[in-house]
Design a protein around this ligand. Structure first.
Ligand code: GN1
Ligand code: MG
Length: 385
């Protein structure tokens, strides 16, 4: 990390009343959108760490709206935790600037760079890949619990930070357009991948139309349920907090569930180029689903349950569409490794391979979801009797 960034971090810190002197800044490379730094402050009371994040204004052009969402959501979560006397879990805690704002900006060549600061959650870690079913259960449980805690959050208080974020059908239509424009001359190269995406075209509206037609409910959802967006206890793996609240918006729980499985029950990273390593692990899938439904079975509708299996395939194809579209448009959205000129295309191939494997396993997936849902429903009915 360069001297420039260090200087900028110090400039940002001056806008906050955080005690101590900044003695260390480390970049965390996990996200594909924002830039994240772990900062250590030393004061008479000892050392304390914070997360400083630069908001990507290409993706989130209106940081004030985004931050209002996060403020409202974290406040709601904090109250829920108090109300339910839950001391095991936490909500993210935003730091306020000296002028009482939850974000600030510094100038960079005349442009505004927006930043925010969170307290660092100590004694916790994140996973980028899951290797055992116990952890898969806990990650599913974390996202199910998050959704459950937000079930009474007033939707009218939420801004749509990225409109049509999970409108898979619109994402596909955009890809078609961009392939025709072909600004980077890459359309021929991606013909095979595009064909695979095209073949599934009819399924892309299944969730969005069900939402539009009122068959399934609109809920407050996270919209980015990647495995590394859950902090777990460093020793026990119990979930502590769901992080990365930038895309909390009204949506369908199906995208959250599907994306959770896409990311938590795969056998390879999204960046893996050896496609023989990319599979859906059925045991991880089962445990995640079990954890998720242990929290959510009493809240969801049978119509949502009926689409849960397909949601896993749809969201995986949505990611393939988004990576391919970014490749076709010249890699302007997702961060790419500069040593990998085809990084987005490689990610797309990875997701297409995963989608194919999900399709092959669909009968087993559907069967398990139904069985698991019935089990939890049965238990809650028994409790009622
Ligand atoms: C982005 O930055 P990160 O990793 O939290 C993206 C998600 C994708 C994900 C794929 C706002 O999330 O939608 O699923 O990359 N976030 C946004 O790795 O587009
Ligand atoms: Mg994210």
């Amino acid at each position: 990390m360069g001297e420039e960034t260090f200087k900028k971090i110090k400039e940002i810190l001056k806008k906050y009343a955080i005690p101590g002197e900044c003695i260390q800044v480390e970049e965390n490379h996990n996200g594909n959108i924002n830039s994240t730094y772990v900062v250590t402050m030393k004061s008479e009371e000892g050392e304390k760490r914070y997360i400083i994040q630069k908001i990507n204004t290409n993706v989130f052009p209106r940081p004030s709206l985004l931050m209002r969402n996060i403020e409202n959501v974290t406040r709601h979560l904090e109250r829920e935790l108090i109300f339910t006397q839950d001391v095991k879990h936490q909500a993210l805690h935003l730091r306020k600037t000296k002028d009482n704002k939850t974000y600030c900006y510094v100038l960079d060549d005349g442009d505004r760079d927006y930043y925010r600061i969170f307290d660092y959650i100590e004694n916790a870690k994140t996973y980028n890949m899951i290797e055992n079913t116990e952890v898969a259960f806990k990650i599913g449980q974390a996202f199910g619990n998050f959704q459950k805690m937000l079930r009474n959050f007033p939707m009218s208080e939420l801004e749509e930070t990225i409109p049509d974020f999970h409108a898979t059908d619109k994402r596909y239509a955009q890809l078609e357009k961009d392939i025709i424009i072909d600004s980077e001359n890459r359309a021929d190269e991606v013909a095979r991948e595009f064909m695979m995406i095209f073949q599934n075209k009819n399924s892309y509206s299944h969730i969005t139309s069900a939402l539009k037609n009122g068959i399934i409910p609109l809920r407050v959802t996270h919209n980015d349920t990647k495995v590394n967006n859950v902090m777990v206890d460093a020793l026990t793996d119990e979930f502590i907090a769901v992080i990365d609240l930038d895309t909390v918006m009204p949506g369908s729980m199906l995208f959250d569930y599907g994306d959770g499985i896409r990311s938590s029950a795969t056998t390879a990273f999204e960046n893996e180029v050896d496609l023989s390593k990319v599979h859906l692990d059925l045991e991880l899938f089962k445990s995640y689903t079990d954890g998720y439904l242990s929290e959510m079975a009493s809240c969801i509708t049978p119509e949502e349950v009926a689409l849960m299996g397909e949601s896993i395939k749809i969201i995986t194809l949505e990611l393939a569409i988004r990576f391919l579209d970014d490749y076709v448009c010249g890699d302007t959205y997702f961060k790419v490794d500069l040593n990998r000129p085809k990084h987005n295309l490689e990610r797309c191939r990875n997701q297409l391979t995963l989608a194919k494997d999900i399709e092959n396993k669909m009968p087993l997936i559907e069967e398990f979801i139904q069985e698991c849902y019935n089990r939890y429903r049965g238990q809650s009915l028994e409790r009622k009797i």
